[in-house]
Write a protein that binds this ligand. Structure first.
Ligand SMILES: Cc1cc2nc3c(=O)[nH]c(=O)nc-3n(C[C@H](O)[C@H](O)[C@H](O)COP(=O)(O)OP(=O)(O)OC[C@H]3O[C@@H](n4cnc5c(N)ncnc54)[C@H](O)[C@@H]3O)c2cc1C
Length: 381
């Protein structure tokens, strides 16, 4: 895909920002202390790297998903962890941007794009996996309020976000696509309990929590869009952010590859550079090819999205392909480093862990396959 001049400039600006601001020692410290890189987010936001695809009236860049993907890729390539933390600051805001009303967007999106607030979205529940058609979390109408009860699992930015979009069942029994709604819940409402999930495989600087809602009351006006649209909104949100996650995966793979390539060009064994051994050369060729293939499908999905032709099949394919590719490439990068690859200093072990996270979020690989098969096969007669 040919980038426009403005897209090339954005890509370059993101690369320069990452080069100047990311510091691997600081990343390790933040990961160890499980602290969010708030200062870094603020700087990234000042340069317009948060919410590039959001409308300018809400502080966004007024650009497209391709632009957002270019930034995500560039940031994650330089530092898989800090890049992911910056991209995930707005996780959920994409949904509010598409389906929230003007008042909600003014109140929350401007703060997210300014890097002053983290977003949160609570879709999944413990026994339901990625199937949001059956929900235990309920929202019951009472006079002018919704009363929310239930438990949501694995909420990114949980405990740190300035708002949560909570997927709830609003009818006792519901057919698919009816009786489900997304409701905005402010984190300081009485009845909310946040249980931080503690140490994780990766992304320890980004909070992950289970959130329980016990008779949490919010105004009826906190409904996002209309009642009955929640499931479609959640799916549309996932279709969008899967592309962004795929771009992160491409960046992570490219970052692991950069480091491995530099290493094999200088490391000598048996009086030859590693890059002179045919097995190494073939590994490098395979890695470069895999990255380029995943990049192609990711930007094709983003470009279609920007043209108003969002394709859920392509979005699931991009996320599934790019995440698997990133795990494989980062794994091979560790292998090429040999014992050094095992060490924090070389970073590739962290890239590997960050890549694996993408394969588990937003629906596992198996779940993407289910979605792709559903869309490709369609309804059987
Ligand atoms: C770091 C992180 C951040 C997250 N952030 C958020 C967030 O902000 N908001 C949110 O709502 N959720 C979030 N999640 C939840 C995430 O989207 C789900 O955990 C993920 O989609 C998998 O669901 P699960 O853990 O219930 O796995 P399960 O559904 O229990 O799956 C376990 C295994 O069984 C397989 N499996 C499941 N069903 C089938 C089937 N029908 N056929 C074959 N195999 C199957 C799966 O592929 C997987 O391998 C996050 C998760 C992680 C790890």
């Amino acid at each position: 895909m040919e980038l426009t001049r403005s897209q090339k400039e954005i890509q370059k600006a993101a690369q320069e920002f990452a080069k100047g601001e990311f510091d691997k020692e600081v990343t390790v410290e933040l990961e160890q202390s499980r602290s969010y890189p708030a200062e870094l987010l603020q700087k990234a936001a000042e340069l317009g790297f948060v919410g590039l695809q959001f409308a300018e009236e809400y502080g966004g860049g007024g650009l497209g998903l391709v632009d957002a993907c270019l930034v995500a890729e560039a940031l994650c390539r330089k530092d898989s962890t800090m890049g992911s933390a910056v991209v995930l600051a707005a996780f959920g805001a994409e949904c509010l941007h598409r389906f929230g009303d003007k008042k909600m967007k003014e109140q929350y999106l401007e703060q997210v794009t300014a890097g002053k607030m983290l977003a949160g979205i609570a879709l999944g529940e413990s026994d339901r996996g990625d199937d949001f058609t059956v929900l235990d979390t309920t929202a019951t109408r009472s006079d002018n309020e919704w009363i929310i009860n239930g438990k949501k699992r694995y909420v990114t930015n949980g405990g740190a976000a300035g708002f949560y979009l909570v997927l709830c069942r609003t009818e006792a029994k519901h057919a698919e696509n009816s009786g489900v709604a997304l409701i905005l819940v402010e984190p300081d409402r009485p009845g909310i309990t946040v249980a931080d999930l503690g140490d994780k495989l990766a992304l320890n600087s980004v909070a992950l929590a289970d959130i329980t809602f016990a008779d949490v009351r919010v105004p009826l006006t906190n409904l996002v869009g209309k009642e009955g649209q929640g499931l479609a909104q959640a799916r549309a949100f996932l279709d969008e952010v899967k592309i962004l996650a795929a771009a992160r995966a491409v960046g992570i793979a490219a970052g692991a590859f950069d480091r491995a390539l530099a290493y094999v060009k200088q490391r000598e064994q048996f009086e030859r550079k590693l890059a002179q051994f045919q097995i190494t050369r073939h590994k490098i060729a395979d890695m470069a090819t895999k990255i380029e293939l995943a990049r192609l499908i990711t930007y094709r999905a983003a470009a279609d999205f920007d043209k108003g032709k969002a394709d859920p099949t392509l979005s699931a394919m991009a996320k599934m392909t790019a995440a698997r590719m990133a795990v494989e490439v980062a794994d091979e990068a560790i292998q090429l480093f040999g014992g050094y690859g095992y060490m924090t200093e070389q970073e590739v072990e962290r890239y590997y862990r960050d890549a694996k996270t993408i394969e588990l979020c937003l629906g596992t690989r198996e779940s993407q396959k289910d979605r792709i098969a559903d869309l490709v096969i369609g309804k059987l007669k």
